[in-house]
Design a protein around this ligand. Structure first.
Ligand code: UDH
Ligand code: MN
Length: 345
């Protein structure tokens, strides 16, 4: 049976309208998408087709967080009551030992603004659980107050062999640079027992100058005497990615306690970099008191000979000949835990 002409007309108009609205929808969403992407907005589209005649497009534009300005919640000098801190951070037990439900590890960042810098904190580690708890409990809030994006990597040496801090730090750097999901601007190598005493000591780095930063220049174990007693760049040391690559990382051939920091000091100078330090009051650190670890012996002559040859080795021992084996990675709520076989002496 043939349709009456009036019904046919309606059908044509109906299909024409549907096609026009669809074309308009496609063009406008493409255009908006391009424009908004160009302006770096996050866009979520929700199409709601309620009937053939009415096509509504609801677009929610979520403005991106503003870039963080200078941190304004810093407290300055902090009270360092060790007994109280240890008691408080005992509760961190769960965060320290449990596995995170979020995969891939994650960086922390402030809620309300987009950080200017992304920082990887790399902690060489073995058998210092109490120190780690205390450090994490103390450091996390400081880094959040400093408006940084940061991720902590605890690089643990497996087994009972002699400790090799240089290899652990190099392994942590390469993992953070190549395997983590976040890009980092700065890499800060951090002893597990060093607690900053002033949160105006910023955990950052200089990406455009030749200055690396020694953040811990006044330490409790030396009665806060600046650069006391042969100290060079030990404790807490900050690099940009390029700077760390330029110095070829830490040396791999220091076994046991001492020397790798003095060797690094030579590498920095050899590459024409300079060591910057925060203003004296700001670089105060409290080192948790401890004895020398059993598997981290000090052999003075060996260390001295190695440090004397530091410049000759700078190009041949470091990132470019690192042979370690990362046997496991566990993402925990507060940090990413690497288990590393550093090889043998
Ligand atoms: N580290 C470990 N486990 C070890 C050895 C070293 O985690 O078994 C790491 C840790 O991050 C530590 C860092 O390596 O903070 C440096 O080692 P250290 O703390 O032993 O170095 P420090 O210069 O040693 O503090 C001083 C030891 C002398 C103590 C003498 C006390 N009378
Ligand atoms: Mn120590």
């Amino acid at each position: 049976m043939r349709s009456p002409p009036i019904r046919k007309c309606f059908l044509y108009v109906f299909f024409a309208l549907v096609s026009i609205t669809n074309v308009m929808w496609i063009v406008s969403s493409y255009w908006l998408n391009r424009r908004l992407r160009h302006n770096a907005f996050n866009v979520t589209y929700r199409e709601n087709v309620t009937s053939a005649m009415s096509v509504t497009i609801r677009i929610t534009v979520l403005a991106e967080k503003p870039v963080c300005s200078a941190p304004d919640k810093l407290v300055g000098v902090m009270k360092m009551n060790m007994a109280e801190m240890i008691k408080t951070y005992h509760d961190l037990n769960a965060s320290v030992s449990t596995q995170s439900t979020r995969s891939g590890g994650f960086a922390f960042e402030p809620d309300s603004c987009k950080p200017k810098l992304s920082v990887a904190i790399i902690i060489p580690f073995r058998d210092r659980e109490d120190h780690l708890k205390t450090l994490l409990g103390h450091l996390h809030p400081i880094l959040l107050r400093q408006n940084l994006r940061f991720q902590v990597f605890v690089v643990e040496q497996s087994g009972n062999g002699t400790f090799n801090k240089g290899r652990l730090m190099n392994t942590g750097f390469l993992y953070a640079k190549n395997e983590a999901k976040t890009h980092f601007d700065c890499y800060i190598f951090h002893d597990v027992d060093m607690l900053p005493e002033d949160d105006r000591n910023l955990y950052s780095c200089e990406t455009t100058t030749n200055r690396v930063y020694h953040l811990s220049c006044s330490v409790s174990k030396f009665n806060y005497k600046p650069l006391c007693c042969g100290m060079t760049v030990g404790g807490v040391l900050s690099f940009s990615e390029n700077q760390y690559i330029k110095v070829n990382g830490f040396p791999n051939d220091y076994w046991g306690w001492g020397g790798e920091d003095d060797d690094m000091n030579s590498r920095i100078k050899l590459q024409g970099l300079r060591v910057g330090r925060p203003a004296l009051g700001l670089c105060r650190y409290c080192m948790i008191e401890h004895e020398r670890d059993h598997f981290n012996p000090y052999t003075e002559n060996v260390v001295n000979d190695r440090v004397a040859a530091a410049n000759q080795k700078a190009k041949i021992s470091g990132l470019n000949n690192l042979k370690t084996n990362t046997t496991g990675v566990t993402n925990r709520p507060l940090y990413t835990h690497l288990y590393v076989d550093v090889g043998t002496q």
